[in-house]
Design a protein around this ligand. Structure first.
Ligand SMILES: Nc1nc2c(ncn2[C@@H]2O[C@H](COP(=O)(O)OP(=O)(O)OP(=O)(O)O)[C@@H](O)[C@H]2O)c(=O)[nH]1
Length: 523
């Protein structure tokens, strides 16, 4: 039995399928939503009408069955390109929309009597459109989630290969055509492939749109609806993940708890709506300060959390201070200013989320109690567990040029204090004798340094010199009380660490001393 593909029947099937796709996609597309479904539906409709006109060749004037038909089929492909661009939230130059269809009309009108040249010219224009489609999809491949993209890509590839083969066959004379509805292998190949790729393009795009909507819904469910930052559930999931990484690899991990100061007053004075705008502006401000890898979430009300992966104690305190300063620096909305209090804690390998959060909370409470608009950090209260050294858990207690004050004498002494603080870190509790000696050396160096600093600041006319000297007195008093406690055997290693690293190095050298750097011309 001889097998014959009836070309007019194939054409009719293609038309019916395009109309079905046009109708069903148009029905689910929502006006005003730029997800590509409307141009896709319109593209299928153009394709169907174009094929109807092609099928009427000989019965209607060539103007319609050749020029308008090819223009509509080419326009359908450009609409597919627009649909993909819309889906990817990209711009498409209008030349891509009208250019190919106009080019086809101009080129074909010169060859109304030569169907083979028309196939080559019309096919070449479509090759360009499908190549552009392939390029856009391939470029954005990683941005698209799900499997629909593979169906769509396959449809585009099949069509492109068919079009190129067709142009080559006709250009080399290997294929010739008498009539558009002739039974010829090239025409059968065209309609069969068009049929398959129509299914792939239509279903692929729909699937892609569905998967993307689902991915977006999943993403939305992780966001705080007012401010757009992560919500509490998402932050807790991220915390679990980051804590597992810390336990596995020992990478430091820190946490900032942010609580806006006197936020109730803002609501009371300016209304809830403005309060909401302030919350949004606050999130935008903090997002602008933190690194891309840091994670900001809303813990509830006017309380937020910043998770700082790969950040130890020092990086954490610096970040807290930067956030505090940036929030205070400019009004949030209109002329409404706010300040923020921060509680910070670095995670220890022995921590649970509750103990870690608890320490940040205690620090936040201290910041509020100490007058607000400040960052307080909680030192680790126990020695770190296996797999994480103290230095690791405290991050980067190493000297950096950004700590330079602008005065070489002060900087030399700061460096020396750094080295001594680090030596204390590395000592073990058992080494009682060396610990006592190291603590005495540290306090002696600290006192000598404070005297130098007071002299330099007085000579430089630093306006806050008296206040800074008063802070030195408090530190010196506390240092002596600690040494006495140590002599009585009443000082724990953790208390000593807290003083050396937290009170002296972080709170004083990093935060207080940084205030006079600008005066001395430093970093
Ligand atoms: N506008 C607005 N206000 C909120 C939202 N969530 C919580 N608040 C308000 O935030 C205020 C929090 O007040 P408090 O817990 O007393 O804290 P505070 O006034 O910031 O004072 P301190 O934290 O002690 O500095 C309350 O008035 C809440 O109504 C919100 O989504 N929008």
């Amino acid at each position: 039995m001889e097998f014959h593909v009836h070309v007019p029947t194939m054409l009719v099937l293609s038309i019916v399928m395009s109309l079905t796709f046009a109708g069903s996609i148009g029905w689910v597309a929502r006006p005003g939503v730029r997800d590509g479904l409307l141009p896709l539906s319109l593209g299928f409709a153009c394709h169907a009408v174009g094929y109807v006109l092609l099928g009427l060749r000989g019965m209607i004037p060539d103007l319609f069955s050749v020029l308008l038909a090819n223009m509509l089929v080419t326009g359908a492909c450009s609409l597919l390109l627009l649909a993909v661009a819309q889906f990817l939230q990209e711009r498409l130059a209008s030349a891509w929309l009208w250019g190919p269809a106009l080019a086809v009309v101009l080129l074909l009108s010169a060859y109304l009597d030569d169907i083979n040249t028309r196939v080559i010219l019309g096919g070449s224009v479509l090759v360009v459109v499908f190549a552009a489609l392939l390029w856009r999809l391939a470029r954005a491949h990683r941005r698209i989630s799900g499997r629909g993209r593979y169906l769509l890509l396959t449809g585009v590839l099949i069509t492109l290969v068919l079009l190129i083969a067709r142009v080559v066959l006709f250009a080399t004379g290997a294929a010739v055509l008498e009539q558009v509805l002739d039974y010829a292998p090239s025409q059968v190949m065209l309609y069969v492939t068009a049929f398959v790729s129509q299914i792939l393009l239509g279903t692929g795009f729909l699937l892609m749109a569905k998967e993307s909507a689902e991915a977006q819904a999943r993403h939305q469910a992780m966001l705080d609806s007012l401010t757009g930052c992560w919500n509490r559930a998402r932050i807790e999931a991220l915390v679990k993940y980051e804590m597992a990484r810390l336990k596995r690899y020992g990478t430091p991990l820190s946490l900032l708890l942010l609580d806006m100061d006197h936020f109730k007053l803002i609501n009371d004075q300016h209304g809830h709506l403005l309060g909401d705008s302030v919350l949004k502006a606050f999130v935008a401000r903090v997002q602008g300060v933190i690194r891309e890898t840091d994670l900001l979430g809303r813990w509830g009300g006017e309380e937020f959390v910043v998770l700082l992966p790969s950040s130890g104690f020092v990086a954490m305190t610096q970040m807290a201070e930067r956030i505090r300063a940036q929030v205070e620096a400019l009004p949030m909305v209109g002329d409404v200013r706010v300040t923020v209090s921060l509680g910070c804690a670095s995670c220890q390998s022995t921590d649970s989320w509750e103990t870690w959060l608890g320490r940040a909370d205690v620090a936040l409470y201290r910041a509020k109690a100490a007058g607000r608009n400040r960052a307080e950090c909680e030192m680790p209260l126990t020695r770190p567990g296996p797999g994480l050294s103290v230095a690791e858990s405290l991050g980067e207690l190493v000297w950096r040029d950004e700590y330079l004050s602008g005065n070489p004498e002060i900087d030399d002494e700061h460096r020396t204090l750094f080295v001594s603080a680090r030596r204390l870190f590395d000592l073990q509790q058992e080494e009682e004798g060396s610990l006592t000696a190291a603590a005495r050396v540290f306090v002696a160096e600290l006192e000598a340094h404070m005297a130098t600093e007071e002299r330099v600041l007085a000579n430089a006319g630093y306006p806050e010199c008296a206040a800074h000297t008063a802070l030195h007195r408090q530190l010196a008093e506390r240092a002596h009380r600690l040494l006495e406690a140590q002599a009585r055997g009443q000082l724990t290693f953790d208390e000593l660490l807290h003083f050396v690293v937290y009170e002296v190095t972080v709170q004083h050298l990093f935060i207080e001393d940084a205030k006079f750097h600008a005066h001395l011309g430093g970093a």
